[in-house]
Ligand binder design. Structure first.
Ligand SMILES: [Ca+2]
Ligand SMILES: [Ca+2]
Ligand SMILES: [Ca+2]
Length: 94
């Protein structure tokens, strides 16, 4: 139920965005108001699955599948930036 209104809103905004572009076919093209989704799926990591600091935000991955986190997002941007490559369960010093 919740996805349908959102989908409709997306379609509506897309139509609104497309209309001025068609009308100003010969004029100056307005800059896009919304950045498209630029992250290619093959380069994006799945969302973190482990909350290591208990703040309710997932911030680590268990890539080895041993039940312990081995990859961390320490700055909260969603991209991994710390790794445990020596297997001691702690992020390795850079
Ligand atoms: Ca957390
Ligand atoms: Ca990060
Ligand atoms: Ca380590």
């Amino acid at each position: 139920m919740k996805t349908m209104p959102l989908f409709g809103a997306l379609l509506g905004s897309a139509a609104l965005a497309a209309t001025p572009a068609l009308a100003q076919d010969t004029g100056t093209e307005p800059p896009p108001t919304e950045a498209p989704e630029t992250a290619p799926p093959e380069n994006s990591r799945p969302p973190a699955t482990i909350d290591t600091d208990g703040d309710g935000v997932m911030d680590a991955w268990d890539q080895r599948g041993d039940g312990r986190p081995d990859t961390w997002d320490t700055d909260g941007d969603g991209a991994p930036d710390a790794f445990d490559q020596d297997g001691d369960g702690e992020p390795d010093p850079q």
